[in-house]
Structure formats: C-alpha cells, structure tokens
Design a protein around this ligand. Structure first.
Ligand SMILES: Cc1ncc(COP(=O)(O)O)c(C=O)c1O
Length: 369
C-alpha cells in the first residue's frame, strides 16, 4: 500500500521520550515544553513568542478567543478542514464563509471584502496545501479594515515568504504538529505572536485560565494560590510531546523539508503536460514545504482516477469538504470557486518516505486516464 501521509519518527524520537520517562520523570508540562518553545522561537525568528498547546485546533481556538469577543464575525475560507471552523465557533464567534481564488485555492479577498459587516473583527486565512504566497495581501487587507489577522498555518510549518519564515511576521499565527504534519509532536500545535496581551491570554487559557502558571511549570512548580479571570482549557502541551517535537525540529531542514519539496517538484514535472490535470503553481524550490499535494482533475475524470488508485492500493485524499455545506456550519451562500474546486480536487501521497518508484507509478496512472 502507498500511504497518503505518515508520521516519520524513529529511534531518536523514541529515545527522547524515554529520556522524559526515565530521567526527567515528569510527563506533564514542564521544562521540556519551555525548551521546545525556545527552540521554535529561534527557528521561526522575528522576535515572536511561541506558546505550545496540545493541538492545532486548540491553538486556533485560543487565538480567536484572545482577539475577539463572543458574537464577532470572522472571515474564513469555506475550503478548509473543519478544525478551522470549530475553533472559531468554540470561541463563540461566527465563521463567515468566503470563496477562494482559483489560482491559489486560498481566501479570495474581493469576496471576503463583500462579506464584511460591523460585527467583523477578525479574519482567518488558511494556507491550503502550504500556499502562503498571499501573506502580505492578508496583512494589508487586515490593516485596511481594522481586523485582527489569525493565520491558519497548520499546513505551512517551515515555509517562507521573501526569505522570512511564516510565523515570524504575522499578528497571530497558528501551526499544527499533529501526526502527519511537516513536523509532529504526536498531537500538538503552537501560537506565534509578538502581542504581549495575546501571549499572556493564551499562556493562561491553555492552563485552565490559571494566571501566570506557565513559568512555574517550566521550573517544575505550579500555582496553589491563584486567580482565574477568563475561560480556560486544558490545552497545554506535555513534556512527552515536546521531546518528540525537539527531535523533529532538528531533522526538519536537512531531512524532511528537502524530501517534501523534491516530491512536489517531481509530481509537477511528471504531470505538467497532462491536459486534464490542473496544478497550483507554487515555489517549491524556495518558499513552500508542502504538507499535502493537491491537484485538480478536469473533465469529470476524478471518479475514474479514484477507482484506479483504489485498485492499486494507493491512498488519496479529498481535502476538504466545504464547511458551508456541513449541517452545523450551514450557510446559504454561493461560493462557486469553492464548489468547483471541491468537485475536482484530489490529494496525492505526500510524506518524506515516499519513494521515486511510488511517485512514478502514481503519475503513470494519472497520465493513463
Ligand atoms: C487547515 C487546518 N487547520 C487546522 C488544523 C487543526 O490541527 P490539529 O489537527 O493539530 O488540531 C488542521 C489539521 O489537520 C488543518 O489541516
């Protein structure tokens, strides 16, 4: 079987976990989380602080809660994983479904602009398939309309824009470290920001709202006499997750990123002349470290491809079911690009252990349609 995605973890991660269990002896949030956050801050740069939590969804939820109030509206592309929407509604806000651009498959700012109301206070663009080429456009749009900007960068860990890391230049930027992301901590996520108020709010809210508990946890202590002023959650990261993350971060630039970039470039080379394949143009050489590789199959041929991939035991993805069609988030809006892209999109296997033979077989099958 050729897998769609996969955790690439081994002996080094196992040893790091064993070190937490056997030597440190404390599995909850302690010094290892503090060290991992520090390493992430060094890696991402831009003077941003990193606040680690136990999922990307938790990161987004805390970010929304920190910069909005219940009842606010948040502009978001419908074409995203449901986690993006759940994070907005969990904070008591309304996700306002927007269309995507056909060339980038990310938030269409002209469409978003039409959906602004007096209750719109934030926007949450999503870097679908790691495509972060519009980061500056989002910043300009947010500034123009006085909105807070929360980047859902779950797919974009390690990506850059004009030489600067995603996460280093944003208002509030959220990553996911779930089992199959560009780096994994098993499950996990992080919020990057330079906003002192947001740093304090999300640091407290991840520890049940207990004020200023993070520093104590890093020192192996905790608060006994404390106050709570806001809704909090049990969203903090554990030392075990952070130990895995430290090893993954150390492997990322030399091992994972080049392999992911290479696989995307090979797919593009082998599929660029296929008339019924529409690729999204991205700079895999410099900027983009792809988390998924999604392409559009034109001419109604996607079901045929799905059948062939199933016959060859090759996993694929249909990412993602537009949120405005889901019962819980249903909105009666016309999002023509989203609907069209959803009918054509398919994700091909993408993980650092995919072999050249796998890539060639997959492309041969696509080209034989
Ligand atoms: C676009 C997007 N946003 C948010 C998330 C949520 O991340 P997590 O799975 O770590 O909660 C994901 C995860 O798959 C995602 O793909």
């Amino acid at each position: 079987m050729i897998r769609l995605s996969k955790s690439v973890v081994g002996k080094a991660e196992a040893e790091a976990v064993a070190h937490v269990i056997e030597d440190i002896g404390y599995l909850g949030m302690g010094a290892t989380v503090g060290e991992f956050e520090h390493q992430l801050e060094q890696y991402i740069g831009g003077g941003r602080r990193a606040i680690c939590v136990n999922s990307g969804t938790a990161a987004l939820h805390l970010a929304v809660q920190a910069v909005t109030k219940p009842g606010d509206e948040v502009l978001v592309p419908s074409f995203t994983f449901v986690a993006t929407y759940q994070a907005i509604s969990a904070a008591g806000c309304k996700p306002v479904s927007c269309d995507i651009r056909p060339d980038t498959l990310t938030l269409d700012l002209e469409d978003a602009e039409r959906r602004i109301t007096p209750r719109t206070t934030a926007m949450m663009p999503v870097y679908y398939a790691s495509n972060c080429c519009m980061v500056k456009d989002y910043q300009a749009f947010a500034a123009k309309h006085g909105l807070r900007l929360i980047e859902d960068a779950a797919h974009s860990f390690g990506c850059t824009y004009q030489g600067q890391k995603i996460g280093s230049m944003g208002d509030v930027v959220c990553f996911s470290f779930d089992g199959i992301k560009n780096i994994t901590t098993g499950e996990g996520g992080a919020i990057f920001t330079a906003d002192e108020e947001v740093i304090q709010k999300v640091s407290d809210a991840r520890l049940l709202g207990v004020q200023k508990d993070s520093e104590k946890r890093y020192a192996g202590q905790r608060s006994w006499n404390f106050d709570v002023v806001e809704q909090g959650y049990r969203y903090h990261m554990s030392n075990i997750f952070a130990a895995i993350g430290q090893v993954q971060l150390s492997r990322f630039e030399e091992e994972f990123a080049p392999r992911r970039r290479y696989i995307a470039q090979r797919y593009c080379e082998l599929l660029k002349d296929t008339p019924y394949v529409k690729l999204t143009s991205m700079d895999y050489e410099h900027d983009i470290v792809p988390h998924i590789f999604a392409l559009q199959i034109l001419g109604g041929k996607r079901p045929q491809l799905e059948q062939i991939l199933k016959e060859h035991d090759i996993q694929y993805g249909i990412q993602y079911a537009p949120n405005h069609h889901l019962t819980f988030f249903h909105e009666d809006v016309e999002l023509p690009v989203t609907d069209e892209v959803y009918s054509r999109i398919i994700s091909l296997p993408m993980h650092p252990e995919l072999s050249e033979d796998d890539i060639q077989l997959i492309c041969k099958l696509i080209n034989s349609l």
